[in-house]
Write a protein that binds this ligand. Structure first.
Ligand code: CU
Ligand code: ZN
Length: 187
């Protein structure tokens, strides 16, 4: 009986949080020339918790790779068109938990020995589609080398091996505010 009293309020809280989740966005990562990296990056507004980012990639050389949101929503010219790091607040480059860092500084992701990345984290540095830190319309870039989290202006992370433009996934839900129902897929 005691156990039930503990579990029940937690279950109710969990459901309530589910209903308050707001807009979401996606980026489909495609490989640049000579790379096989591809996959998806999913962004979910999580209210007071910020934005949850879920990363699933394959074909990535095993090891540590710089991973950022870049300024321009253009992956052309082997992702060079994406420009520098998304930096709406004029900060210097740094680790995601450093005092100063670009809004787009996600730090690094690590590919396992199968060349896969499966990770998730939450950040308060970006929003989905509101305000100056909105991630929609920018590009997610995966690099060939680690971001050293110190070098300016971009962590010396080497070549751009994957890139995807962030697009809004549930425009209707975001206009009408939080909804109980998932966005409808037409495909
Ligand atoms: Cu980058
Ligand atoms: Zn940066």
């Amino acid at each position: 009986m005691k156990k039930l009293l503990v579990v029940l309020p937690i279950a109710v809280l969990f459901l309530a949080c589910g209903h308050s989740r707001g807009p979401m966005a996606n980026a489909t990562i495609d490989s640049t020339s000579g790379s096989t990296a591809k996959g998806t990056v999913h962004f979910q507004d999580a209210g007071e918790n910020g934005v949850e980012v879920v990363v699933d990639l394959t074909g990535v050389p095993p090891g540590v790779h710089g991973f950022h949101v870049h300024e321009k929503g253009d992956c052309g010219n082997n992702a060079q068109n994406a420009g520098g790091h998304f930096n709406p607040n004029g900060m210097v480059h740094g680790a995601p938990d450093a005092v100063s860092h670009h809004a787009g500084d996600f730090g690094n992701v690590t590919a396992d020995d199968k060349g896969e990345v499966h990770t998730r984290f939450t950040t308060h540095s970006i929003s989905i589609n509101t305000g100056t830190n909105a991630v929609v319309g920018h590009a997610v870039v995966l690099h060939g080398n680690p971001d050293d989290l110190v070098s300016q202006p971009a962590g010396n992370a080497g070549p751009r091996i994957g890139c995807g433009v962030v697009t809004l996934a549930n425009a209707v839900a975001s206009v009408n505010g939080p909804t109980m129902f998932p966005a409808r897929r037409t495909t």
